[in-house]
Design a protein around this ligand. Structure first.
Ligand code: CLF
Ligand code: SF4
Length: 498
């Protein structure tokens, strides 16, 4: 376990611009070949992230630029939270780890390389790893996240190894703004600073994006939202990347605190609030699909997004493991996952039908405690995060998540943690849980958040729609009066990885 401090993540976009990454139902209006690529990728499909897992291998330690939100003692903050230190691997160790995880977690469908530095500043290690996986586990999708500086040089190799998902972190398309984010870059054996550095970086990022999308490789763009620096500008970034064929845009909050030891942390640069982040994501959504389920994973992350099973797969443990990589077992398990997923979609559609004819402008947010599978299946006190859904007569839409400290500590409720949980979901009208004790229930009610445990172990979206229908009924009878909720916190402080 290590002390870490939160930060941003990686984002996604690709293809024709409009896609159903954020939608719950499935293929939506995607072309069949695009749907094949995204349907079980937990980052490129919001709906898939409830069911499928990804893993990262930390084979790429070096980096060729400096971001003001990064402390290089830790993992690349374009993909992970600041303060995380991943266990570095050789390509051969990484290949063994991938097979070990794939045998243990059959719903692990994607291998990403995302640091701890920049994968394309370490091309030999990155591509050797992809080669080994491509040859031994051909059913695993390969994914890459880069700052984009060296991307144009490697597009052919990316295509050769069938890496068909690439994330580029693009925080600006204006070098004057870039100079406030990047103090320097190291490019073709020379260090550049200031505006000149930012100009080279943006040119290379946009060229790389165009080259990839021209080859049909799905590209997602990550942008770190830095209030007062690039928050207004990200709408322009969104347009620029959409016009170059990006498939998904992931606008992540800057997570910044002095203990991270970054330039922004030390200068007091704040991150956005939950409402500021959502407002920017909403304003860009008309342009293209927005990713809202990014968890800013560590460079050695393993598991569903939002869970971290990396401690089960340390190098010592992997090397001692007997690996039985059986593709048929994996396929059989994934077929079961698909059955569950289809049942969930059908239940949601049926419930949605019951909202037909409801006329109301009311929109509310709810928080949901879940361990995955798209169900309300986590106890309030055990939740490390809450998923946030927006409810309206259009249905239930996933709009984000909030990380929290555990309320239940060694069998007892922790009042400080409860205050933190309430601040994290303060913009929500209700919290859905599998179970909750009397004390936190009373405090939530006092804070105006309704604890709801009647949908324990049911599908989230189906339950949320049923709740909303009832909520509208209670407004009509005068039992409740909807109030405008306040803003909520995105946690900035250090915490224990897990
Ligand atoms: Fe990893 Fe990134 Fe591939 Fe996903 S993560 S390289 S696209 S497999 Fe996903 Fe993690 Fe967010 Fe990245 S939740 S930080 S978006
Ligand atoms: Fe840090 Fe990643 Fe930026 Fe490199 S690209 S400085 S590793 S955040």
């Amino acid at each position: 376990m290590q002390q870490i401090a939160e930060h941003k993540g990686c984002g996604t976009s690709g293809g024709s611009g409009k896609a159903s990454c954020g939608s719950a139902a499935g293929s939506g209006d995607l072309a069949p070949e695009i749907w094949e690529k995204v349907k079980n990728h937990p980052c490129y499909s919001e709906e898939a992230h409830h069911h499928y897992a990804r893993m990262h291998v930390a084979v790429a330690p070096a980096c060729n630029i400096q971001c003001n939100y990064c402390n290089r003692k830790y993992d690349c903050a374009n993909e992970s939270r600041p303060g995380v230190v991943s266990e570095k691997l050789t390509p051969e160790q990484a290949a063994k780890k991938v097979l070990a995880v794939a045998s243990t977690i059959p719903q692990m469908t994607v291998l990403g390389i995302a640091g701890p530095g920049d994968p394309l500043a370490n091309p030999a290690k990155t591509f050797k790893t992809f080669e080994l996986i491509y040859n031994t586990a051909p059913d695993i999708k390969l994914c890459l996240s880069t700052n984009g500086l060296m991307l144009p040089d490697h597009v052919d190799t990316i295509a050769r190894y069938n890496v068909d998902h690439v994330t580029i972190t693009i925080n600006m398309v204006d070098p004057d703004i870039g100079a406030q984010i990047y103090p320097w870059i190291f490019y073709r054996n020379k260090r550049y600073t200031g505006r000149e550095a930012a100009q080279i970086l943006t040119d290379r990022q946009l060229l790389g994006l165009e080259m990839l999308t021209g080859r049909g490789i799905l590209c997602k763009v990550n942008s770190v939202m830095i209030p007062g620096v690039n928050d207004q500008h990200l709408v322009e970034v969104n347009r620029a990347v959409k016009s170059r064929g990006a498939f998904l845009h992931n606008i992540m909050p800057l997570i910044s605190a002095p203990e991270h030891g970054t330039v922004f942390g030390l200068t007091g640069q704040r991150g956005p609030t939950a409402q500021e982040l959502k407002a920017l994501q909403d304003s860009c959504e008309g342009e293209m699909n927005m990713m809202r389920h990014c968890r800013q994973c560590r460079a050695d992350a393993v598991g569903l997004l939002g869970e971290d099973r990396s401690a089960e797969f340390t190098t010592d443990k992997i090397m001692a493991m007997e690996v039985d990589y059986d593709i048929d077992t994996r396929r059989a398990y994934q077929a079961q996952v698909e059955d569950e997923r289809q049942a969930k979609v059908a239940a949601k559609q049926a419930e949605l039908g019951t909202l037909a004819g409801e006329m109301s402008d009311v929109k509310i947010l709810i928080a949901v405690a879940t361990k995955g599978g798209g169900r309300v299946n986590e106890h309030f006190g055990h939740a490390k995060e809450f998923q946030i859904y927006e409810l309206s007569t259009a249905g239930a839409k996933f709009v984000g998540h909030r990380r929290v400290d555990l309320y239940c500590q060694g069998g007892f409720g922790d009042e400080d943690s409860l205050d933190g949980v309430i601040r994290a979901i303060n913009d929500c009208a209700a919290v859905f849980v599998a179970k909750i004790g009397g004390c936190p229930k009373a405090d939530l009610v006092k804070a105006g958040i309704e604890p709801v445990d009647q949908y324990a172990h049911e599908f989230i979206e189906q339950s949320a729609i049923a709740y909303f229908k009832d909520y509208l009924g209670r407004i009509r009878t005068g039992e409740i009066t909807p109030v405008v909720r306040g803003d909520a916190d995105i946690r900035q402080g250090a915490f224990i990885a897990g």
